[in-house]
Write a protein that binds this ligand. Structure first.
Ligand code: PHE
Ligand code: FE
Length: 271
């Protein structure tokens, strides 16, 4: 049975990926032979630019694990990454045609499988792309899946997502994902660093998040995050800062059911 494509937010653009290839759980094997030389060249140039920018801006765990992505002059094979990743934390990455719905997404995370879009942006989108592509998935998300505490947090998030779905609270939980897994900052002995994948895979946002005096940087507060809307097409106005992945794990460990109930009566906050 063919699955339904998913578009980003309220976008009217057609979905990018070929959802006819996807199985019922939305995964599809990475078609490595289908990448063109131009695709590999785009990856190589993106990697080279970003690998230079993350020095002094990405958290220590990211810098340490980045070489585990392997090849940097061609799009790596997911199986090659999985050999190292499954040994390190029991996670694996699986190909998907693009964005997938909440329940299949949470289910994959709950079983320690991280969905990575398998296509790459066009050269015209080199500097900015709204949807996640294979560069965002690999460069942005995979290195931290090598960190044991962060890896456990991602699985807990998947399980929490399935629960939020039953409670009608997905919107609140997706904000938590946005402001941590995608756009989170961490305070390390060496200074403020990024751990969010949306920051780490974006040249402009990385400098904005770490160096610009403009954005607000506040300590992670779960209820505030869950009330705060977010922007998908500009740099963030607010970043939430943690001191360690253990803090993230511990702050998200309590049962969110009473929080979801409390939030029902409260107004949303602007980004
Ligand atoms: N503790 C959350 C709950 O009870 C689950 C969760 C864990 C959510 C980790 C996000 C991250 O719903
Ligand atoms: Fe992402």
């Amino acid at each position: 049975m063919a699955v339904q494509p998913v578009v980003y937010g309220s976008s009217e653009r057609p979905p990018r990926g070929d959802y006819a290839r996807a199985a019922d759980d939305y995964t599809c094997p990475q078609d490595h032979a289908a990448y063109t030389e131009q695709d590999h060249d785009t990856y190589r140039r993106l990697y080279a630019r970003q690998a230079a920018l993350v020095q002094g801006r990405a958290c220590e765990a990211f810098i340490r694990a980045l070489p585990a992505l392997g090849e940097c002059d061609r799009i790596p094979r997911f199986e090659a990454i999985n050999e190292r990743l499954s040994r390190a934390t029991g996670w694996e990455i699986v190909g998907v045609p693009g964005l997938i719905p909440e329940v299949p997404f949470f289910s994959l995370l709950a079983s320690r499988r991280f969905p990575v879009t398998d296509w790459i942006r066009t050269p015209a989108e080199f500097d900015y792309i709204v949807e996640p592509d294979v560069f965002h998935g690999l460069f942005g998300h995979v290195p931290l899946l090598f960190d044991p505490v962060f890896a456990d947090h991602m699985q807990a998030y998947g399980l929490g997502g399935l629960k939020a779905q039953r409670l009608g609270a997905c919107e609140h939980l997706s904000r938590l994902y946005w402001y941590t897994v995608e756009f989170g900052l961490i305070r390390e002995p060496a200074g403020l660093r990024a751990y969010g994948a949306g920051i780490l895979s974006s040249p402009g946002e990385l400098r904005h998040a770490i160096e610009s005096p403009e954005p607000l940087r506040v300590p992670l507060d779960i209820e505030r995050v869950m009330r705060t809307r977010y922007k998908i097409d500009t740099f963030q106005h607010t970043y939430f800062v943690i001191d360690s992945f253990q803090e993230l794990f511990d702050k998200t460990a309590p049962d969110f059911t009473p929080i979801y109930e409390r939030l029902r009566g409260q107004p949303e906050l602007q980004p």
